[in-house]
Every structure is written in C-alpha cells, then in structure tokens.
Design a protein around this ligand. Structure first.
Ligand SMILES: Cc1ncc(C[n+]2csc(CCOP(=O)(O)OP(=O)(O)O)c2C)c(N)n1
Ligand SMILES: [Mg+2]
Length: 789
C-alpha cells in the first residue's frame, strides 16, 4: 500500500536519445493500432459480412498522448480512463508492455477477444475504467479520486496515486461532465488530471468555432490548473524567428474547418493558402527554408503529437500548489494516416494499399508486422522498465490487493424494534443508525444523496457520523438544524451532493470499486427519490456494468406518494430492477424484511467476485407491521428470512391462517411493496364472499424471475399441479409482475399504474388506478368468472 503523500516525480525531461526511443515506440503503437483494426475488418474471415468497425483515426489522434503516459509519465497506482475510440492504441501498448498476449491483436471485436471499447470486466488486459458511452469515462476518474481522498482520510493508506482521464474533445458536450465539474464535493481533487484530445472533430464533423478558449476560461474559473500542448517544438522554433508571430497569428486565427482542409492539400497549394493573408510576405520569409517535402510535417506539428512538448507539459502537473489539472492537447484526428483531418474520418478505414504504404513509412519489414521490440533494443528495454514500474513485472491481470470488510462481521439481523406503523423508508433510516453501532460495518459504510438526505431519512445516520469534507468546518448550529447536526470534517461519513442524480450514481459506482481502484473497500449507500433514478440511469448502468457493488434506495416510490403528483410518482422503475444485469432489486413492505435485505446487500458488497449492487424501492407510507404476524408464526423467522431473500413468500395462506372459513373458490393475490395492506383488505373481503384468497408477497420479482429461469422449484408459491388464477398488484407498471402466471401456467390479471400519476389523496389514487381493495376484489371475481366459463 502507498501511504499517499504525492511526492514529486522525476522532473527530468528526456534527452534527445530518450525522445528518439519514445518516437520509435509511438510509431509502433500507431502501426499496431491501425493494423489491429485493419485485420479485424479486412483480413479476418467475416462470415456474415457485417461491418466490424474500429477507429483508426481516433486511435491515431491519441497515440502520442498514450505513448507519453505509458512509456514515461505513469507511476504505480496511477489509474487511467482511456478515450473509448482509442482502445486499439491502448491494447497495442499493453501488448508492448508484455501485458497482453499477441494472439489478441488479431481478435479485436471477436468473440472472447478484445472488446470494442475498454472494458474492466471483459477485456483480457487490465482496464481501470470502462469507457464507451462518451462523457462517463471522463468523470469516472474524478469520482474515483474522491473515493481515494475519502479513503485516505478514513484509513490513511491506499494503493492509488493519481487519476487520469483521456477525453475526446466532443465528450465535453455531455451534460454529465458539467454536472460533475460543478459539484462542490469534487472540488480541489489535486491528484486528478484530464487530458483532452483536442482534434476539433467529433463523429460527423469538424467542430465549428474555437471552443477551446471558452473551455479554458471555464476550467480556470473552477480552480483548475489549465495547461495546453498547442504547438510542437518545430512550429515553436518558427514562431521564434523574426516575423514568426505572423505565422502563429495566421494559424491561430484560422477556423478549424480551414485548418483541417489545409493539412490535406498538396504542399505547393498548402503554402499558397497559408500565404493568402495580409501578412503573406512575412510568413513566406519565415518559411523560406522549409522545403515542400517537410511543409506538411511543419504545419501539423501540434503539441499533442510532440512527445517532448507533451512530457514538458505533463511535468507541470506535479508543480505546487497541487490542483486538478486539465491539459488541452491539440491533435489531429488520423495523425500520421492518409485519413488525417478528413471530416468524415471517424470510421474511415485504410485500404490494403494504404496499409502497405504505411508499413513502409513506419519501417515495418514484411513478416514482422505483429512484432514487439526485442529485449536488447532501447525500445525493448524501456518497455521492460515500464512494465516493472507499473505492474511489478507481472504478466497477468489480477485483482489488486485490498482491505475488506469481513462478511462474517455482518450479522443476520440486528433485532430492530419498530412501532406497529412504520414505512420502509423510516425503517431504512433507523437501520442505518443501528449499523452505526457495529464498528466494523460503520468504518466502511459511506452514505450519499443528491440533496435529499433529510427527506429520505438519512438524518439519524448523519447525526451520528457527520458529513465528510476534506477540511474541518465550524459547527454553526442554529434552530433550523436542531434535528440535523450538519457537522462537516474529514471523519464524516456522509457525502452530500448537489441535485444531480447522475453524480449520485457515478459516486456510488466509483466508491463501489474503491477496493480495486484504491485498495480500501467502501460500502456506498445512496438515497434518491425513486422517479429520479431515471435521471441518473446512465450512470447507474455504468456502475453495475463496471462491476461496482453499492446499495441505493429509491424512495419514496410510486403513486403511494400521492399528493406530490405525476413527476414525483415513479411507475417504470420496477422493470429496471428486474431487467438491469448484475443488480439485485427488492421492494419490501415490512421493516423486518428490509432488515434482512439490507444486511444481505452489505454482505454482497464484500464479495469481489460475485457480489452485486442492490436497489431497494421504498416508500414513506406507514404500514401496519402486524400484517406480517401470521406468516412469521406459520414459517418461523429463519424460514421467513430465507423466503424473503429468495424473492417471495405466502403472506396469507388462506386455508391455514383461516381454517374455518367457508371456501368455494381460490385465487392468488400476488403483490409487492406498499400496496400490500390494500391487498390484504381485498383478501379479507374475498374470504367473506367464499373465495380463499392467498396473498403472496413478492419482495423481489427479480429474484423469483431468475429462479424461474434457472428452473428452480417454486411450487410452494405457484403450484403447477393446481394452477390458481392470479391477480398481480403493484404500485408500478402492471407489466412488471404480469409474467408471474408463466411459472404455474395460471391465468393472470395484472393491476398497476399504466399512466402518468397525478396529485390526489392516496385512497383516491388507488381507486383511480384500480388498486383499492374493492377494485382488487372485483378483478379477482372477474378472473374467477373467466376461468369457470
Ligand atoms: C453517449 C454517446 N453518444 C454517442 C456516441 C457515438 N459516438 C461515438 S464517438 C463520437 C464522437 C466522439 O468525438 P470525440 O470525443 O471528439 O472523439 P474523437 O474525435 O477523438 O474520435 C460519438 C458521437 C457514444 N459513443 N456515446
Ligand atoms: Mg474529437
């Protein structure tokens, strides 16, 4: 573990000899990255003719930056997010470092091969951050740097050092980038470095106007160190000549479109165009000794392709005072390729002839196309030295060491005592307060919320543990804060975010990977209003896709939050819980259930191989806890707990719980969450009418669905030998439970909320959507009628 004091790194700039070695490595990276894509598209047999794809120009744009990082700048513990469309260049480097077997180079986008975009979980080499959906990879390292800072404050040792995002310039169009930049919680991350690959191109176009100046001002205003690698050393030397300023002004003031067009012209025309301005004669004099053969090289000599310039700028990131740093590295999309600067080069591929010419240009001899460097060459020696520095020479991907919570320290229950009437949200708040009394758990739990901590019942936990801030703040307690002590300091264990659900899920995701990224396990628990889960959905998906383990409570949920109205009433979140891979989801009704679930979710966070994140859909509706009594008596706490965790249990077993009732027909009422009291009331009504109505409480539709798909025996809930008609009831889209009849082959009547919500009293809304006891009973009678006919 590194006890992290950001020590100054070598500030020695490389010699001419070292630069020559780096240049040779860069050429090889460009070659291999281009060839990896070429092979996948034009050489590997393609059975169905579907375009394979891959991004040669995007990779070429990034080649110099990646070379400067992986063959010089990076230190052990540095974590890097790689621009999605430069993955071929990244993998080429991993190959040269001895971290990726050669056979993968011919397997880009093939089954079991290299993924199209860097993937933590699926690529064979070590990827720190998955990228692909632009904008998310840009900010993931910022949240990871926050996890690092938090872990340092609480555990004093981490395995991470700096966090580096390599960002395409068009990624800065994504709103999530700005949501992150503006959040106070992410201020002053002094080990965060963003490098923008400023090729002024996106997918479809050359980006009009020079946005860079505005961006620089914005970052500077946000307290970042703003650096740029704009011009290479060659151009800089021309600018330094008498009259050189005129050349600089000419290039500076040229529109991006004009520049991109200029660099694709034959040299004589290029010169003509350059001189076509009022200062033409002065510029002609500056360029008088530059022959046509090298004019193109001079005009494209941007800082983002000049290794000496890049390393000099990177060295400045270590200067005091340390601050988050952004480097605008000016690049050319397709640098070194015939597609350079072409407005439509994003998915352009080189032809076989162009590949052959490129091989000659880059000095690749026939038969050595896939070679790495021999160990006794300067390039081979540098590769070995960097591999030793970054990976201690280990050739294989492995899970990095981490300090973890021992799952054995997590109890099965905490005997939470609750009043007869309590909502799941309030029970959640009380549970957290109880967990704060278990030291091993408390150490690693960190809560977070996008400005809804108090209204989601986190106040008790916050009062006990405090709010995290890198520095101690005085506690100006006022009347308004009597119920909530907002004490801020480095030992706090709650992170308050501004209103950005995107930031919430990015934080949960990156804190949920803190064991891998920083060497300290954290158990992040977030709260969010359930309808606004959808505003952070991309980041939620990103977190679970990346393999993070965290817990989130969406609360309050559904129309049960009656007066708040439509925008606050979630209806489609249950299906996210059922369908999003690698997520657990639960919609409990009773405090006891929630207690078992939350503890189990924490245990799952401790399992680095198979653990999953957990989504709890909760509510503020107080529910009579005595409704659980008959099931508790019938099954006993152990068996009930097992069934809750498996996804569902029989809350009312009509024949057993009411043996004397006169019964003519049977029906199953299958429901989840806060609507259960209505369902129990409907069951009672039906019983009085001679219908044995069982109530099955589906605590996790997802778990039951997975069990069903895995052919588990669910006969105790849905007997196949005697399928009984089913009415499903959910405060959510009715579709989410409608599949349940498939388990037993029983007819289903799905009830739920299949329209946008609206403001009203709860009983009015239940009636409006047909979820009140009488409507449920009515649906049951109709179902029975239909089956008897
Ligand atoms: C969220 C998202 N929207 C759209 C895309 C499709 N897309 C892929 S690359 C790209 C343009 C990227 O431009 P930039 O970030 O500047 O990268 P570069 O120019 O280096 O290729 C777009 C729109 C995507 N990958 N992710
Ligand atoms: Mg771009």
């Amino acid at each position: 573990m590194i006890t992290h004091a950001p020590e100054p790194l070598s500030e020695q700039l490389p010699s001419a000899e070292q630069l020559a070695t780096l240049a040779a490595l860069q050429r090889r990276v460009l070659w291999l990255a281009t060839l990896i894509v070429h092979h996948a598209n034009n050489v590997r047999p393609n059975l169905d003719g579907t375009k394979v794809g891959g991004h040669q120009a995007s990779s070429a744009s990034m080649v110099s930056i990646l070379t400067a990082l992986y063959f010089d700048f990076l230190q052990p513990g540095d974590r890097v997010a790689v621009k999605p469309h430069s993955s071929p260049a990244f993998h080429a480097i991993q190959y040269l470092l001895g971290r990726l077997p050669q056979r993968y180079l011919t397997e880009l986008r093939a089954y079991g091969g290299l993924q199209s975009y860097p993937s933590r979980t699926k690529d064979p080499d070590e990827v720190d951050f998955s990228t692909g959906s632009v904008g998310l990879g840009a900010v993931a390292p910022a949240f990871a740097a926050l996890a690092h800072r938090y872990a340092m404050a609480h555990f004093e040792k981490v395995t991470s050092r700096r966090f580096i995002a390599l960002i395409g310039d068009a990624e800065l169009d994504e709103g999530n980038v700005w949501e992150a930049l503006l959040d106070e919680a992410l201020e002053n991350l002094d080990n965060l470095i963003w490098i923008v690959d400023l090729n002024r191109q996106s997918l479809d176009r050359v980006i009009p106007g020079i946005k860079a100046a505005r961006l620089k001002r914005l970052f500077s205003d946000l307290g970042w160190r703003v650096l740029e690698a704009k011009y290479g050393r060659l151009l800089q030397s021309l600018f330094a000549r008498p009259g050189g300023d005129a050349l600089r002004v000419r290039i500076d003031e040229m529109s991006n479109e004009e520049y991109q067009a200029l660099i694709r012209l034959p040299a004589p025309t290029m010169r003509e165009r350059l001189l076509d301005c009022p200062d033409g004669t002065t510029i002609a004099a500056v360029l008088h000794d530059i022959p046509d053969e090298t004019l193109g090289e001079v005009v494209t000599n941007l800082g983002g392709h000049d290794l000496g310039e890049l390393l000099a700028v990177l060295a400045q990131t270590n200067e005091e005072p340390r601050r988050p740093t952004i480097i605008f590295a000016y690049t050319i999309k397709g640098f070194g390729l015939p597609t350079a600067g072409h407005p439509l080069n994003h998915s352009q591929l080189l032809s076989a002839d162009q590949i052959a010419t490129l091989a000659t240009q880059l000095g690749i001899r026939p038969g050595t196309e896939w070679d790495a460097f021999a160990p006794d060459t300067p390039e081979g020696e540098l590769c070995a030295a960097m591999a030793a520095r970054l990976f201690a020479g280990s050739p294989v991907k492995q899970r990095p060491p981490a300090e973890m919570l021992d799952p054995a320290a997590v109890p099965l229950d905490v005997a939470l005592s609750v009043p007869d009437q309590i909502s799941t949200q309030e029970a959640f708040g009380r549970l957290l307060v109880r967990l704060a009394d278990i030291p091993e758990l408390r150490r690693r739990i960190v809560t977070t919320s996008p400005d809804v901590s108090v209204s989601t019942n986190l106040a008790g936990w916050i009062n006990k543990t405090g709010v995290y801030s890198p520095i101690e703040h005085p506690d100006y307690e006022t009347e308004a804060y009597r119920l909530l002590r907002w004490k801020r300091g480095p030992s706090g264990q709650h992170i308050e975010l501004g209103i950005s659900e995107m930031n919430l899920f990015m934080l949960l995701g990156m804190f949920g990977l803190a064991d891998d990224l920083c060497g300290q396990q954290l158990i992040p628990i977030g709260t969010v209003y359930d309808p606004f889960v959808l505003r952070g959905l991309d980041a939620l998906i990103y977190g679970v896709y990346s393999g993070a383990r965290f817990i989130v409570a969406g609360t309050p949920a559904g129309i049960t939050l009656s007066p708040e109205g439509g925008a606050h009433q979630s209806t489609i979140t249950p299906s996210i819980g059922i369908e999003l891979p690698k997520l657990e989801s639960f919609e409990p009704c009773f405090a006891r259930e929630l207690e078992w679930l939350l503890l189990d979710a924490i245990r799952s966070c401790c399992d680095r191989e198979h653990g999953r994140s957990t989504y709890l859909r909760l509510t503020t509706r107080p529910v009579d806890q005595r409704l659980l009594e008959p099931a508790l008596q019938r099954l006993g706490p152990q068996e009930l707990r097992r069934q809750v965790l498996r996804g569902g249990y029989r809350l009312i077993d009509s024949r057993r719980d009411y043996p004397t009732a006169a019964v003519e027909q049977s029906i199953q009422l299958v429901a989840a969450g806060a609507i259960i009291p209505e369902v129990c009331a409907a069951a009672e009504y039906l019983r009085r009418e001679g219908v044995a109505a069982d109530v099955i409480n589906i605590v996790s539709p997802r778990r039951l669905y997975e069990a069903w798909r895995n052919r588990a025996n669910l006969d105790d809930l849905f007997p196949r030998h005697n399928p009984t008609p089913i009415v499903t009831i959910l405060d959510g889209a009715s579709h989410a439970l409608a599949w349940l009849g498939g388990i037993a082959g029983a007819p289903v009547t799905p009830l739920g909320v299949d329209d946008f919500g609206l403001s009203a009293a709860r009983a009015d809304l239940y009636r409006h959507f047909g979820l009140d006891p009488l409507s449920i009973a009515e649906a049951a009678f109709q179902a029975l009628d239909a089956t008897s006919r």
